[in-house]
Design a protein around this ligand. Structure first.
Ligand code: ZN
Length: 257
C-alpha cells in the first residue's frame, strides 16, 4: 500500500478511536504511527488483522468492564500511547520484515497481534470468571486482577482472541498454517505473560482507595506504594516482553512452515 494511503487510513481510524474514547490523544498519535508502519508494508490484509485486534479487544474489554461493574478495569478503558506501543509496537516492527521477505512481515504482524489479542481477551474474560484466579506458579487463589493469576474463563477467552486474529489473517489470503501459528503462539505468549506477571511484575496499593492496582499513580490521582515484584516492570512491560517472545516464535514458525 502506498505510504500516504497507509497514513491516511491509519489517521482516519485513530481519529474515530479517539472520538469513541478508545484512545487518548497521545494514544491516537501512537496508533497513527503503528498503523502506518503495519499498513504500508502489509496493505489491506494487514489493515484487516490490525482492525480485528483493535475492535475485538476494545469491544470485549468494554463489555467485560460493564458486566463486571466498577473496578480497576476502568484504568484500561481509554488506551494511552504506552499501551498502544506495548500492544502494537512489535507488530509494526515485525511488519517491516515484509520488505526483507514477502509474506514474513504479514506473518509476524499477525502472530504479534494474536499475542496482544490473547492478552486483552484473557483479561476481559478473566474478569467475568465465577471463580477467583489462581496464581500460575504457586496455584494459590489470588484476588481478581492480580498479575500472574489465571482462570479457565480467561484462558479460553485468550485463545479466542488469538484465533480470531489468525482466522482473519487466513481469510485475507494468509497461508493456512498461519492460523495454527497465531493460535499457538498467542497461547504461549499468554502463558509467558502470566509467568512473568507472577514472578516479577510490579503490584501497587492505593492507600486512599484501599485497592490493589498495577499503576504507580492510581486513577484517583494518589501515588501508590509497591507491594510486590519489581517497580520497573509494569503490565505494559510484561506485555512487551511476551510480545518479543511471540516475535521470536513467529520467525521460527514462518521458517518451519
Ligand atoms: Zn486511589
Amino acid at each position: 500500500m502506498p505510504f500516504l494511503l497507509a497514513a491516511g487510513v491509519s489517521a482516519a481510524i485513530a481519529t474515530v478511536a479517539w472520538i469513541l474514547r478508545a484512545l487518548s490523544v497521545r494514544g491516537a498519535l501512537a496508533a497513527l504511527a503503528v498503523g502506518t508502519l503495519i499498513l504500508w508494508p502489509t496493505g489491506w490484509p494487514g489493515c484487516a488483522v490490525l482492525g480485528t485486534f483493535f475492535v475485538g479487544s476494545t469491544l470485549v474489554s468494554r463489555i467485560a468492564a460493564r458486566a463486571a461493574g466498577p473496578s480497576d478495569q476502568a484504568d484500561t478503558q481509554t488506551r494511552d500511547e504506552r499501551q498502544v506501543f506495548a500492544n502494537g509496537g512489535l507488530a509494526a516492527f515485525g511488519a517491516t520484515a515484509e520488505w526483507i521477505a514477502p509474506g514474513l512481515g504479514f506473518w509476524l504482524a499477525t502472530v504479534a497481534l494474536a499475542a496482544s489479542g490473547a492478552d486483552t481477551w484473557a483479561t476481559a474474560f478473566g474478569s467475568l470468571s465465577p471463580r477467583p484466579p489462581r496464581d500460575i506458579l504457586t496455584r494459590r487463589p489470588v484476588p481478581a486482577g492480580t498479575s500472574g493469576g489465571v482462570t479457565w474463563f480467561g484462558s479460553s477467552g485468550g485463545f479466542m482472541g488469538a484465533a480470531s486474529v489468525g482466522l482473519v489473517a487466513v481469510t485475507m489470503g494468509g497461508p493456512g498454517p498461519l492460523l495454527l501459528a497465531a493460535a499457538f503462539i498467542g497461547q504461549a505468549a499468554m502463558l509467558f505473560d502470566s509467568v512473568l506477571g507472577s514472578a516479577w511484575q510490579a503490584g501497587f496499593h492505593c492507600a486512599r482507595c484501599d485497592l490493589p492496582t498495577e499503576r504507580r499513580i492510581h486513577r484517583c490521582g494518589a501515588r501508590t506504594t509497591l507491594t510486590r515484584g519489581r517497580a520497573w516492570l509494569d503490565n505494559d512491560g510484561v506485555n512487551a516482553l511476551a510480545g518479543g517472545a511471540a516475535l521470536v516464535l513467529g520467525i521460527v514458525s514462518w521458517w518451519l512452515a
